[in-house]
Design a protein around this ligand. Structure first.
Ligand SMILES: NC(=O)c1ccc[n+]([C@@H]2O[C@H](COP(=O)([O-])OP(=O)(O)OC[C@H]3O[C@@H](n4cnc5c(N)ncnc54)[C@H](O)[C@@H]3O)[C@@H](O)[C@H]2O)c1
Length: 429
């Protein structure tokens, strides 16, 4: 395919060299450096893969105007910088006030592509690669092209590291494609472009908003692993343990610890072991005078998330009370996990306690803990334990009409006559 890269810096240039093996790629950059690389055939950073492709005579070439970009390309990638202020780099203490990335260069590049496409009356699929925070495309970028029929929009960030850019580009763990399903042309173009380089199962299509979140979530997940390992190192330093022995053992726990298990949004962590261990470790952090009470932050986060889920139910109850004077909240589940009747360390019970604390009229029922019961009046039913029974049509069909079902697990099917709220699961466009 005929593609173009806008912004040929540390990401855009080497990625384009790699893609030029499969596609007819041109590049455009406001800085003369990109052209200098092309002419000198010397890549300025330590990037062996990029230098090799230049030495082999890559066909990737720099053009001198946006007009030439649009004349050449059907698919236009944007990888311009989205910088942060120097105080947000992480080399000094974090300032009291925080800030978003700077999207001015990205907005300018998008406007320039869209304007040129309109002037040439030529449709292009614009694929933004630059890193943005969740919600940025909808707020900052899509409004710029809303009335431009010549532009399709895709958000496709990349997971590459400097010094292995070419390798990471050609052998990604997955290719993230944030699309608008209703834009068939844009979807087909990216399918054809990436499909020429990667097996179909590598392509992960999702909404633009999900792709934005997934990009930063990937880095967050890595940071969390580093943070855990460093906390273990600090405890080991105080207690005579060896943190490498500990992390090496954890790395072998590929069923639960290093796996997809426990990686699904739902209720806060629960059970007879997890909360109590973390709470006790918070005590130990204090006792050992560790540099940071990471575990205390985890416990407070657990409680705050239970409060958030409670608030979703409270908002639904309040909305329903406008029509009826009384709309109770029923917590479905007391057990700490599905299929058990054990309630120790249960986040369902934490949730019920927090609701009671804020004065809400609320009851809890668990089929594995309590005698059978039927529900007579419309209520907000909050699925706190994801017992299979709560999702069975034999149960849901008996829920009073006009009820609201709040499901933090996102597993509830649609129910006739009731509203279903799957927390954090917006349907892809
Ligand atoms: N470098 C990486 O390893 C990496 C990895 C993942 C994501 N990213 C993200 O990719 C984006 C680009 O990063 P980078 O490291 O390549 O930045 P960079 O500063 O090296 O390159 C950006 C390039 O865009 C050019 N540019 C700016 N405005 C332009 C315009 N209107 N038209 C044409 N060119 C323009 C600049 O001159 C510059 O050469 C950032 O959002 C970054 O967060 C980078």
């Amino acid at each position: 395919m005929r593609g173009a890269m806008i912004g040929c810096g540390k990401l855009g240039y080497p990625v384009s060299l790699a893609w030029a093996k499969f596609h007819d790629m041109v590049g455009y950059d406001v800085s003369p450096i990109a052209k200098t690389i092309e002419v000198s055939r010397k890549y300025p950073h330590l990037e062996p893969g990029a230098q090799k492709l230049l030495d082999e005579g890559s066909t990737f070439r720099i053009v001198d105007s946006m007009n030439r970009v649009i004349k050449h390309a059907d698919i236009v990638f944007i990888s311009v910088q989205t910088p942060h202020g120097p105080e947000y780099e992480g080399i000094t203490r974090m300032p009291e006030t925080r800030a978003d990335f700077d999207y001015r260069m990205l907005r300018t590049a998008l406007i320039e592509v869209a304007t040129a496409a309109k002037a040439h009356k030529k449709h292009v699929t614009v694929v933004v690669i630059s890193t943005v925070l969740p919600g940025t495309s909808a707020r900052e970028l899509l409004p710029l092209i809303r009335d431009n029929e010549f532009v399709s929009y895709v958000y496709a960030p990349m997971f590459i590291a400097q010094s292995t850019v070419v390798e990471d580009t050609m052998n990604p763990e997955f290719v993230l494609l944030g699309i608008d399903k209703s834009d068939a042309r844009g979807v087909e173009e990216v399918k054809a472009f990436y499909g020429a380089m990667h097996a179909p199962e590598k392509l992960r299509f999702m909404s633009v908003a999900s792709a934005e979140l997934c990009k930063v979530a990937y880095n967050v997940a890595l940071s969390i692993k580093i943070t855990i390992a460093n906390n273990l190192m600090e405890i080991a330093d105080h207690t005579g343990a060896n943190c490498d022995e500990v992390t090496d053992a954890l790395a072998k726990a590929t069923d639960r610890v290093i796996s997809s298990k426990y990686l699904r949004g739902g209720m806060p962590d629960a059970g007879p072991c997890h909360p109590r261990d973390i709470i006790a470790l918070s005590w130990l952090s204090e006792k050992l005078n560790l540099s940071h009470d990471f575990f205390g932050a985890m416990v407070r986060g657990r409680e705050a998330q239970a409060e958030f889920i409670a608030s979703v139910a409270q908002i639904e109850a309040l909305a329903a009370q406008k029509e009826r004077s009384y709309f109770p909240i029923v917590v479905l589940g007391k057990a700490y996990k599905k299929g058990t009747n054990l309630v120790i360390g249960s986040s369902a019970i934490l949730l019920k306690n927090l609701l009671a604390e804020s004065g809400d009229s609320c009851t809890a029922w668990d089929p594995h803990v309590d005698p059978p019961c039927t529900f007579e009046e419309p209520s907000v039913f909050l699925v706190a334990t994801d017992h299979d029974e709560f999702y069975a049509p034999s149960f849901t069909s008996k829920l009073p009409k006009s009820s609201v079902i709040v499901d933090p697990w996102g597993k509830m099917h649609d129910i006739d006559g009731c509203k279903v709220v799957r927390v954090g699961r917006h349907r892809s466009g």
